[in-house]
Design a protein around this ligand. Structure first.
Ligand code: NAD
Ligand code: TYD
Length: 354
């Protein structure tokens, strides 16, 4: 079968990547979507069950740091577009193990860039390297009305955000130095189905269901700006096809929440959907020692994306959080498979036998 484009999506078995893969595979049957993922603890092929048999989808298990394999992949599949999401993504893990973050996020991104450069060999026509990044590279805002714009100075504080900032700089350096067609986007916190339950929203939904404590860092006053993951995937689609090469776009939904307030919304939504009386799970809130270097506030100004490419979020937060809580409650098997560790054993078995 011949395809009009061969697009490499890295990290497609993770949370956001799986939504991007699903959108591209379903929306563009004439594109060949190659999902490259190492399947770390955060990668889960169950996130893609509904599209895994589609004729325009291929899964490759590999590490982006493995340069020779990346070169072979670019040549073998004649890749002309890259959407790079593979990363170590959890701040708390980066505090305990910064080396893994530098390896994957910095060296892995560099390995992909260099493999793309070698394969494309100066013929940039129809090529694009699109790097997915985070608003955390901009550092922390105070409790005022300032927002991160595309020109806000980088000021990362955690090993995670420092590694993402470094990878962003490498992508821009490949554009400025070699002329590679690149794009970078910096998005706010995502929420929605298939998020690994170490992150605030799925962790708390699962803990409420099981009557377990909800560990609120510090006083719960930190502010995050939340975007429904499908809206992020929609933005990636728009920017991949119509974004100005070499440019940067911020992606966010103007939806700031203090942690403790969003936690109260999650508790009341879970209790209501489980048929519990209001207030049943309030006692689970447990204030714990704050995260080291905990950024106070993130908030994205995404007016450039709206003005230039017409993108805006499709869902109001109330609707998004209702859908999300319902999804996790309806997919307890997905959650149990992760919390029991079964999903990782399955891959180890599957790949050992190859
Ligand atoms: P995730 O942790 O859910 O998924 C990451 C995926 O990358 C996993 O499938 C994992 O197996 C894979 N991976 C990790 N190391 C790899 C390696 N060395 N080689 C190949 N694959 C590897 O992360 P996510 O939340 O889906 O985030 C995806 C991207 O979006 C990341 O680059 C992250 O920095 C960025 N981002 C995330 C958010 C958010 O709120 N989650 C917000 C903005 C930007
Ligand atoms: P998280 O989902 O880890 O995303 P990020 O750190 O990338 O913003 O955390 C969201 C917010 O919730 C952040 O301010 C830290 C806080 N948090 C808790 O209070 N308790 C928790 O158990 C977790 C995982 C996060």
């Amino acid at each position: 079968m011949s395809f009009s484009r061969n697009i490499l999506i890295t990290g497609g078995a993770g949370f956001i990547g799986s939504h991007v893969v699903r959108l591209f595979v379903n929306k563009y049957p004439d594109y060949h979507i190659i999902n490259l993922d190492k399947l770390t603890y955060a990668g889960n092929l169950a996130n893609l069950k509904d599209i895994e048999d589609k004729p325009n989808y291929t899964f490759v298990r590999a590490d982006i740091c493995d340069f020779d394999t990346m070169c072979a992949l670019f040549a073998g599949h004649r890749i002309d577009g890259v959407i790079h999401l593979a990363a170590e993504s959890h701040v708390d893990r980066s505090i305990k193990d910064p080396f893994t973050f530098a390896r994957t996020n910095v060296m892995g991104t560099l390995s992909l860039l260099q493999a793309a450069k070698r394969a494309w060999n100066g013929d940039w026509e129809g090529k694009l390297f699109y790097h997915i990044s985070t608003d955390e590279v901009y550092g922390a805002l105070q409790f005022d009305d300032t927002l991160f714009t595309e020109t806000t100075k980088y000021d990362p504080h955690s090993p995670y955000s420092a590694s993402k900032a470094s990878s962003d700089h490498f992508v821009r350096a490949y554009h400025d130095t070699y002329g590679m067609p690149t794009l970078v986007t910096n998005c706010s916190n995502n929420y929605g189905p298939y998020q690994f339950p170490e992150k605030l929203i799925p962790l708390f939904i699962n803990n409420i269901r099981h009557g377990k404590p909800l560990p609120v860092y510090g006083k719960g006053e930190n502010v995050r700006d939340w975007l429904y993951v499908v809206d992020h995937a929609r933005a990636i689609d728009v920017i991949f096809h119509r974004g100005k090469v070499g440019d940067t776009y911020n992606i966010g939904g103007f939806n700031e929440w203090k942690n403790i307030d969003i936690i109260k919304v999650i508790i009341s939504t879970v209790d209501r959907l489980l048929g519990n009386a209001p207030g049943t799970s309030d006692h689970l809130i447990t204030y714990v020692t704050d995260r080291a270097g905990h950024d106070l506030r993130y908030a994205i100004d995404s007016r450039k994306l709206k003005a230039e490419l017409g993108w805006g979020p499709s869902l109001q937060f109330e609707e998004g959080i209702e859908k999300t809580v319902k999804w996790y409650l309806d997919h307890q098997d997905w959650m149990d498979n992760i919390t029991s560790g079964e999903y990782e054993k399955y891959y180890e078995e599957m790949y050992r036998n190859r």
